[in-house]
Design a protein around this ligand. Structure first.
Ligand code: SF4
Length: 486
């Protein structure tokens, strides 16, 4: 028996299929006995693990660990599991251990780390555990040798999600995962590609995946057709880092999805979508494209250059204008707080966002503080030596580093408190002036209240000390797209 644990990562209303675990379960389906424990559904995952261990002791506990809330939830669960069942190996996979394999292995309750794409690594690890334990040939695996030294095996080549079996949705209760969003009354999640070929040096995807692999459009359409027929799905959130690359691929996908009449959200690059023809954009709209998240990152070319974003600010403005005509809402995300000149970066970013809102008032805006992730070729802003990442999972799970990870309060030496406050104040004013359409629970009076309290501020450019908006947000709990899912 293999146990999969998906520690709690989100609130019930943002719950989606645990795609990472389903992808791993898919390769064991029909070959191994396994159970999935999802902390997003199960209020007592530790007790459930105990119950399962009593029934049929597991050979391995495989845990999905994203940085942030899921990592914080994973620590006590795995610590307690290891105390009770010291003979059962524990493997962590996902972005947290892929980015920080040594911190993960420093935890006495983590025996292995499956870095990056974990499907084949997991299968080979199970075989090695059964066959006496030669882990040295398993690509993508990190582990401790008998002396406790950390061994990081070479990377595993990336494969298309289409090379692996379909997610075993039937092993979960779909009613817990297919929920209403602004896209539709029954929203599911799907990932049609993995990785990204770009090298933006602030992005956590870059150190984990060196390129991108897409599943064939016919498979994406077949999976979604199944979700629609079996579970009545009418909307989809695509979890891809980069949903669009080649235009012919996007066109084929659009052609196949159109008949399904789904509304969907995805992430893409500004320059990629800007380069598509009108015909392709119309086809995407017909296929159900409703909102696209774009990492605009900055409105300043000097910042974009430092980020290695391979994008010009004018392209973002051009896209904001053009996409309006196709009825697709752009959701632009910004990474603010350039380590060399955070004041200028913030000032220029505020000005740029105002320009976008003028061109396309429906554009959604997300403002994030820059927090670095380790990079092979140097971190954005040259912050090497200016920040020291925790070396243990416990420290990552503290409030200080949780707030860093979720960008709530990064407390980085290059961002003065006054500038951080300025960024937060501006974001509060913008999000109140245009409450996100993603919040389907926000009553009309709440929208009106936020708009009327903030419009004079936005109009006059007065963002400081928005105490009345802080107060209003205590009554009107607005959805925060940057920390919650749709
Ligand atoms: S920011 Fe976006 S485009 Fe850049 S590397 Fe990350 S996922 Fe790719």
């Amino acid at each position: 028996m293999i146990l999969f644990l998906h520690p709690k990562a989100t609130s019930p209303r943002s719950r989606r299929f645990p795609l990472s675990i389903l992808a791993l379960a898919a390769v064991l389906e029909g070959k191994e006995e396994y159970e999935i424990v999802d902390g997003n559904v199960d209020p007592c995952p530790g007790e459930t693990l105990d119950g399962l261990m009593k029934k049929d002791p597991a050979k391995l506990l495989a845990v999905s660990v994203m940085p942030g809330p899921q990592m914080v939830a994973a620590v006590p669960l795995c610590r307690s599991f290891k105390e009770k069942y010291p003979g059962v190996p524990v493997v962590w996979g996902g972005y947290f251990p892929s980015l920080y394999p040594d911190a993960a292995l420093n935890a006495p309750y983590v025996d292995f780390v499956a870095r990056a794409q974990g499907e084949e690594t997991l299968v080979e690890l199970i075989e090695a555990l059964r066959g006496g334990g030669d882990f040295s040939k398993i690509r993508g695996l990190s582990y401790k040798d008998p002396s406790g030294r950390h061994i990081h095996n070479p990377e595993r080549p990336l494969r298309s999600p289409g090379d692996f079996p379909w997610p075993p949705y039937h092993r979960l209760d779909p009613s817990k995962y297919i929920l209403p969003t602004f896209l539709g009354s029954r929203t599911a999640a799907h990932q049609a590609s993995i990785g990204c070929p770009f090298r933006c040096n602030f992005c956590g995807v870059v150190p984990v995946f060196s390129h991108e692999k897409m599943e064939p459009p016919e498979r994406t359409a077949a999976v979604l057709r199944h979700l629609k027929a079996a579970y009545g799905v009418n909307a989809v959130q695509f979890y891809d880092n980069n949903f669009f690359l080649r235009e012919d691929h996007a066109r084929e996908l659009a052609g196949r999805l159109a008949a399904l009449e789904l509304r969907w959200w995805c992430e893409a690059r500004v320059d990629t979508v800007l380069g598509y023809s009108d015909e392709t954009l119309r086809a995407l709209k017909r296929a159900g494209s409703t909102m696209i998240f774009f990492g605009a990152e900055s409105g300043s070319d000097w910042v974009l250059r430092q980020m290695n974003k391979q994008l010009k600010a004018e392209q973002t403005l051009a896209l904001a204008e053009r996409i309006r005509h196709f009825g697709i809402i752009p959701e632009f995300s910004f990474v603010v707080g350039n380590p060399q000149d955070p004041e200028r970066d913030t000032r220029e970013c505020v000005r740029f966002i105002r320009k976008i809102k003028k061109i396309n008032p429906a554009a959604e805006i997300i403002v994030q503080h820059y927090v670095p992730t380790p990079q092979r070729d140097g971190m954005y802003g040259g912050v090497e030596g200016r920040i020291e990442f925790p070396t243990t999972a416990e420290e990552w799970a503290t409030e200080r580093w949780y707030n860093f990870t979720v960008r709530k309060d990064p407390r980085v030496p290059w961002l003065p408190r006054g500038i951080k406050r300025r960024i937060d104040d501006f974001e509060l004013v913008v999000s109140s002036r245009w409450p996100t359409v993603q919040d389907i629970r926000l009553p009309r009076w709440g929208r009106t209240l936020l708009r009327s309290l903030s419009s004079w501020r936005y109009h006059l450019g007065v963002y400081r000390f928005p105490l009345e908006l802080d107060w209003a947000h205590k009554f009107v709990e607005l959805r925060k797209p940057k920390v919650e899912s749709l």
